[in-house]
Write a protein that binds this ligand. Structure first.
Ligand code: ZN
Length: 238
């Protein structure tokens, strides 16, 4: 199977939190979408890797994702080293996505910014003919960076108003992360994920407002955007 759109991120649930609405919207448009988790999230405070794998599969189904895989890199050790780059390049050759979504290249969690570098370099290497790797050389056409949590001005925002309820269901499919047992809550360990659901709502509303809709997801690309018709441009100026 070849994909139109592949989102790559460090941990299961990262994609749902940063660009789940966009993935769903593209699936609804008829595109083949996919998610590649680099790790199983085994260093997370809550939930076993087995539980998280089940949750990831359920979330993928909710987002109508055609393919979801895991690269098996150790959690908290996502390094853009040669071994990982080749592993990723092999997957890119197999899935041949036209567009790839990566995490933004600056982040608090080292796995997130390493995932960004690893993602970019893996996509680049996949196109090198001389690489000691199976499969036809292939390079994605477009790389986008999901910036939801990072706060810099995005290049564009996708209207996900119609997808927002379903995206929320996909996020909450990670019950071990976002709906922990009451006994766990009593441990009083501060975890930002307890607040994440409401924060996600706030962020999506903030970005939605920037383009005049209710909910949005922001992206950044390194290239400028070409416009064919300046009369038909969206988003009101005054
Ligand atoms: Zn993460």
């Amino acid at each position: 199977m070849t994909l139109d759109l592949l989102a790559i991120a460090a941990h299961p649930d990262d994609v749902e939190l940063t660009c789940g609405g966009t993935l769903l919207k593209m699936a609804e448009k008829g595109y083949n979408t996919g998610i590649l988790d680099l790790t199983a999230g085994e260093m997370g405070t809550r939930g076993t890797p087995e539980t998280r794998a089940k949750e990831a599969a359920a979330a993928a189904k909710i987002l109508k994702v055609r393919w979801r895989g895991n690269l098996g890199i150790p959690d908290s050790d996502v390094q853009p080293n040669r071994e990982n780059k080749l592993k990723l390049a092999a997957k890119i050759r197999e899935l041949r996505p036209r567009t790839v979504i990566l995490p933004y290249w600056e982040a608090r969690h080292p796995d997130h910014y390493h995932a960004s570098t690893l993602g970019y370099e893996g996509c680049f290497l996949a196109g090198l003919k001389q690489l000691p790797l199976d499969g036809e050389p292939f390079r994605p056409f477009k790389i986008l960076y999901a910036t939801s949590f990072e706060g810099m001005p995005p290049t564009f925002i996708v209207d996900v108003t119609k997808q927002c309820d379903t995206r929320r269901r996909a996020i909450l499919a990670y019950a071990s992360q976002f709906r922990p047992a009451k006994s766990e809550k009593k441990q009083k360990v501060f975890l930002a994920i307890d607040e994440l659901d409401s924060r996600m709502d706030l962020l999506a509303r903030h970005y939605g407002q920037m383009i005049g809709v209710k909910y949005g997801e922001p992206f950044l690309q390194k290239e400028v955007m070409a416009v064919e018709d300046v009369v038909a441009l969206s988003v009101r100026s005054i």
